[in-house]
Design a protein around this ligand. Structure first.
Ligand code: NAD
Ligand code: AHE
Ligand code: ZN
Length: 369
């Protein structure tokens, strides 16, 4: 079938809107009509050419919501008409990783996801005979996409697509990092580095679980007001701090933070985030995605003296299980998504979403179809 898609032809180039061809679902797959998709910094990261797994030409996008319009043979858990959120972290409930209960990183289809193809090794997208790569197994910058059943979360029927699409990445990543990865407890002192589409969700997660002190760190002071609305208790602009940021934050938290979250993708900030953790028990969670070739470093003494460095992908959430619950939280008014969606636009204007992100003028832009 013909579908409308934003195609990334090459690194650093704007997306172009094309009519592309999409083959229907195979065994164990579904065809989803995408109704809305957010634009995450990770899409910009891959488009920039610094993603080691970046492939071109591709259809990017991994933060969507839509409706199942066709099911392939063997599909049991989904039917035509179901409202769904595509999952770049699937949940097969059968692989060693899922069964371990120690991680959300289902590996059932990870290798083909990273190679830009469906689990059978082929792409379903093409344009006039030229193969187009899938992206993160989701490719939501198209009004239709094909997904394996295990990479689809079924959600309630009354959830608005243009809001809950954000649960497909940013909301779950931020809130999940607090509740599933770090397991922040009431009364904790938390520092969040980067107050964008992810960091603000870390802040709202920290408030939800009853953190007592929530420090936000960002070089863009325009992020302050919204962060305060979401629960930030103290704002720090590193550009206004005299001397080193780390001792400043250790002083502010009276000995260091119980938990810190890096939501930027900057390896120097990752080090600061670890080192401003409390001696003996502070935990620093890396969420930001850093460019190819970048490495983190610190003195091993930081770890010897009890600080813990860990990472979080998709907030540690198990998508088919946890995403429907997070949608419920939104529908019950327990979490705020609306105020974070600062811009909406049709697919034809998707490049504006990247421009707004780079200029620091948006939190989340959502494309509606
Ligand atoms: P964003 O662009 O919306 O926000 C980034 C924020 O960091 C901005 O407010 C910016 O002003 C701030 N910033 C930049 N440099 C800074 C510095 N040196 N010190 C302090 N603040 C600084 O991006 P986002 O969508 O929130 O994504 C954040 C990161 O998280 C990206 O690297 C993205 O790829 C990654 N990410 C990871 C996961 C995961 O599962 N691990 C999921 C989604 C996004
Ligand atoms: N392809 C990159 C890694 C990108 C990355 O870390 N992705 C996160 C999700 S970011 C969503 O906005 C993730 O889930 N990672 C786990 C995984 O299996 O990819 C690289 O460096 O190669
Ligand atoms: Zn994302």
């Amino acid at each position: 079938m013909d579908v409308k898609a934003a195609v990334a032809w090459d690194a650093g180039q704007p997306l172009t809107i094309e009519t592309v061809q999409l083959e229907g679902p195979q065994t164990g797959e579904v065809l989803v009509e995408i109704k809305a998709t957010g634009v995450c910094h990770t899409d910009a990261f891959t488009l920039s050419g610094t993603d080691p797994e970046g492939l071109f030409p591709a259809i990017l996008g991994h933060e969507g919501a839509g409706v199942v319009v066709e099911v392939g043979s063997g599909v049991k858990s989904l039917k035509v008409g179901d409202r769904v959120i595509p999952l770049y972290t699937p949940e097969c409930r059968q692989c060693e990783y899922c069964l371990s209960r120690k991680t959300n990183l289902c590996q059932a289809i990870r290798s083909t996801q990273g190679r830009g193809v469906m689990p059978d090794g082929t792409s379903r997208f093409s344009l006039d005979g030229t193969m187009l790569y899938h992206y993160m197994g989701t490719s939501t910058f198209a009004n239709y996409t094909v997904l394996p059943e295990i990479a689809v979360a079924k959600i309630r029927e009354d959830a608005p697509f243009d809001k809950v699409c954000y649960i497909g990445c940013g909301v779950t990543t931020g809130i999940g990092a607090v509740i599933y990865t770090a397991k922040v407890e009431p009364g904790a002192k938390v520092i969040v580095f980067g107050l964008g589409g992810i960091g603000l969700n870390v802040i709202q997660g920290a408030r939800m679980v009853g953190a007592e002190m929530i420090v936000g760190v960002d070089i863009n002071p325009s992020k302050r007001a919204l962060a305060e609305k979401f629960g930030m208790t103290h704002f720090v602009n590193p550009k206004e701090v005299e001397g080193d940021l780390v001792p400043y934050l250790v002083d502010l938290t009276k000995g260091g933070a119980d938990y810190t979250f890096e939501c930027i993708g900057n390896v120097n900030v990752m080090r600061q985030a670890l080192e401003c953790c409390h001696k003996g028990w502070g935990v620093s969670v890396i969420i930001g995605v850093a460019a190819a070739g970048q490495e983190i470093c610190t003195r091993p003494f930081q770890l010897v003296t009890g600080r813990v460095w860990k990472g979080s992908a998709f907030g540690g959430a198990r998508g088919r299980t946890d995403v429907p619950r997070i949608v419920d939280w939104y529908m019950e008014g327990k979490i705020n998504i609306d105020d974070l969606i600062t811009h909406t636009m049709p697919l034809e204007r998707i490049n504006e979403a990247f421009d707004l992100m780079h200029k620091g003028e948006s939190i989340r832009s959502v494309v509606t179809f």
